[in-house]
Ligand binder design. Structure first.
Ligand code: 3SL
Length: 246
């Protein structure tokens, strides 16, 4: 396995895709997707564009549909949910398909959605992601951070580093660094692994969320291995729980 990390979708190489793409948007889209699927949502369908979300969700039975949207960290008026993972309770989302659009995370999914395998990673499901990679051993893996409107996000690098460090530890010489970003991310994670909440609160997007009074969200997003689910793309833009990973 060769492991590449790209800090934003814009930094991924043009005209190429890996065998397996792992999308990371720790604050908060991929944390929310893991939470929603763990709470029994049927699937999460992601959209970069709000109008496409509205037209696609209108084709779904309304009683089985929730629309979720966030821009600039805040919920978008007229939608059922924003992007706080704490709102995705079993009572709210069980058996529902969630049609979701967020500022950056859903754009990152769109960039890699033609890859043969696409999965969503958060700190919450770190072991599930690493186990999947160890079992399937794809030849080339990209970890794609969502960033913020094309710029770097520290918290996504910390999660990329957690995956990189754990998979390198598990596979040893069978896992090669594809680029220096993967090694740098692994170093960042090892430095901060016991203080992730503190790191996330220092980061630009953490600061943005703190101004919106989302302290509890940040603490939640920094928890490691609290969930076993592995969200995997089953058709373009649609993420569901991978079999054996409930
Ligand atoms: O950028 C995104 O996609 C969101 O995850 C941002 S927020 O955490 O909902 O503000």
């Amino acid at each position: 396995m060769k492991l590449y990390t790209y800090h934003t979708p814009e930094l991924t190489p043009d005209g190429q895709l890996p065998e397996c793409a792992i999308v990371v948007d720790i604050l908060r889209a991929t944390t929310t997707i893991v939470t929603a699927l763990a709470a029994g949502a049927e699937a999460v369908e992601v959209f970069a564009d709000l109008d496409k979300l509205k037209s696609r969700s209108a084709e779904h039975p309304p009683e089985l549909c929730l629309r979720a949207a966030e821009r600039g960290g805040a919920p978008v008026a007229g939608f059922d949910l924003g992007n706080s993972p704490l709102d995705y309770t079993a009572e709210r989302v069980s058996q529902k398909r969630i049609f979701m659009s967020t500022t950056n995370g859903t754009r990152a999914f769109q960039r890699v959605q033609a890859a043969p395998q696409v999965i969503a990673a958060a700190m919450l499901n770190l072991a599930a992601v690493v186990n999947y990679l160890s079992e399937t051993n794809p030849a080339e893996v990209w970890i794609v951070g969502s960033g913020w409107e094309g710029t770097y996000s520290l918290e996504d690098t910390a999660c990329a580093g957690a995956i990189a460090h754990e998979i390198k530890t598990a596979l040893g010489d069978k896992c090669e660094w594809g680029n220096d970003e993967s090694l740098a991310a692994a170093c960042l994670y090892q430095q901060w692994r016991d203080r992730l909440e503190e790191l996330f609160k220092e980061a630009t997007h953490g600061q943005r969320l703190l101004k919106l009074d989302r302290h509890a969200d940040i603490a939640y997003c920094a928890s490691i291995d609290t969930h076993k689910v592995l969200p995997i793309q089953t058709s373009p833009g649609v993420l569901a729980v991978a079999p054996q990973h409930h």
